[in-house]
Write a protein that binds this ligand. Structure first.
Ligand code: NAP
Length: 342
């Protein structure tokens, strides 16, 4: 690490991306990291980072990365037991200070609201929110609120959590939101007339990829609605990393790519970089992989129109139970102004 990026590095990076297998595996990570400046990650003492799905995989690795930089980290997990396991794992690596466990089941919007209310009541600041938790199911399942589970956990719950925490982020500005998407979304188009995959045969991997497409579109829509100097919003994809989630949800793929998979730390690298480096503060609403902005579409058929994007936003407002708030900016104060972040 540490050699400045050359034109050759950029060409190699582009080639890796086009081959997919090269770019998404540990090979791509190892080749690209050679040109990353050692000082890119700034110290984070005094900053507060919240990570959903912090009990395992990329979330746990990102928590370790932020804790190493000195940030206080809220490990948001679905049960106290999972939180204690995560705490134990991090303490075992000498990262015990500044960690808090928050219990929030993203398949239950009541749990999201309770957690967000408790966090607001704690008075803590919030500098970085990482919406990382995600699921991929083989069969069509429903959340506690009757929403298709993948769409509920990957899209609606983070949408609600983000909206509820935005006032705190605005008052802690400059703040950042990082949404963990997937390269799988390149193959899928937003299907606004069937967001909950009710039609036809349920294909779990395709439904999952559509939720990741939705996450990227929502990232752009949040960025349009927020002052980037106050809260910058980004999405990223981690490549293919060896995590409990990947092993359980795609066992055949896990066996096939096996030794080439990234470690969880390599997959989480861009999450930590997006939260800690200076460069991501200069823009908002972008899609990143391996510390570089990537296109959001590679195939024309996957492009969505503006009307579909706004329909997605409205559907999320409705499903998250935010319809009683102003539709455009649900986090505005009652007189319609954005809270000050001085
Ligand atoms: N690994 C990859 O190659 C890869 C590639 C592309 C995108 N991603 C994305 O990366 C993110 C992290 O995935 P991962 O690979 O690290 O898998 P993981 O180890 O399974 O992590 C997912 C986390 O989400 C949590 N979670 C699931 N349902 C939840 C719920 N209802 N409420 C609260 N938390 C819940 C899980 O909690 P439990 O531990 O309690 O189950 C787990 O900690 C996901 O968004 C995934 O889509 C991963």
């Amino acid at each position: 690490m540490g050699q400045p990026a050359t034109v050759l590095d950029t060409i190699i990076d582009d080639l890796l991306d086009r081959t997919v297998l090269g770019g998404y595996t540990s090979l791509g990570y190892r080749l690209r990291q050679r040109s990353w400046p050692a000082a890119a990650l700034q110290p984070m003492a005094g900053k507060v980072v919240m990570i959903t799905g912090a009990a395992s995989g990329l979330g746990l690795a990102a928590a370790a990365g932020f804790a190493k930089l000195g940030a206080s980290v809220w490990l948001v997990v679905r049960s106290q037991a999972r939180g204690e396991e995560a705490l134990g794992a991090l303490r075992g690596r000498g990262l015990g200070t500044g960690l808090q466990v928050g219990v929030c089941d993203l398949s239950d919007l009541g749990s999201v609201r309770r957690f967000a209310a408790g966090f607001q009541a704690s008075g803590a600041r919030l500098d970085v929110l990482v919406n990382n938790a995600g699921v991929l199911t083989r069969t069509r399942e429903l959340s506690k609120n009757g929403i298709e589970l993948t769409f509920a956990v990957n899209v609606v719950a983070p949408f609600l959590l983000t909206n509820l925490l935005l006032p705190r982020m605005i008052s802690s500005a400059p703040a950042r939101i990082i949404n963990v998407a997937s390269g799988g979304m390149y193959l899928q188009r937003l299907r606004v007339d069937d967001l909950q995959s009710e039609r036809g045969h349920f294909d779990g991997a395709a439904a999952y990829a559509r939720t990741k497409r939705a996450e990227v579109v929502l990232t752009e829509l949040f960025a349009q609605r927020l002052d980037p100097a106050s809260v910058a919003v980004h999405a990223m994809h981690p490549g293919w990393a060896d995590t409990p989630g990947l092993r359980a949800s795609l066992p055949g793929f896990h066996r096939l790519v096996g030794p080439l998979l990234r470690t969880a730390e390599q997959g989480a690298d861009t999450i930590v970089w997006l939260g800690a480096a200076a460069e991501p503060a200069a823009s908002s609403g972008r899609f990143w992989h391996d510390r570089r902005i990537r296109p959001t579409h590679v195939a024309g058929y996957a492009r969505e129109g503006e009307a579909d994007r706004e329909r997605l936003w409205s559907a999320c407002v409705e499903l998250a139970g935010l319809s009683d708030r102003p539709l455009k900016r649900p986090w505005e104060t009652s007189d319609g102004t954005l809270p000050s972040h001085s």
